[in-house]
Design a binder for this molecule. Structure first.
Ligand SMILES: [Zn+2]
Length: 72
């Protein structure tokens, strides 16, 4: 009988047989720290008052822009 050990990244759920690869995955994720800005469309738009875009500061200092309404 052979025992197989699996490591799972607690952030994204990726599975690895190698602990070091899993640790690299865990450490590669940039975590959201703060919302630094948001932009809105006119209230009669399809966004219904929600931000059309949100800018988020990440744990590595970068700022990324997300569009929460993109898939609607
Ligand atoms: Zn991961």
């Amino acid at each position: 009988m052979i025992e197989i050990k699996t490591y799972i990244c607690g952030i994204c759920g990726a599975q690895y047989n190698d602990k070091i690869q899993c640790e690299r995955c865990v450490n590669s994720h940039k975590k959201p720290v703060e919302i630094v800005g948001a932009s809105y469309c006119r209230t009669e738009s399809k966004h219904l008052g929600y931000p059309a875009r949100v800018r988020i500061k990440m744990s590595n200092g970068s700022v990324r822009e997300y569009n929460p309404c993109r898939e609607e």
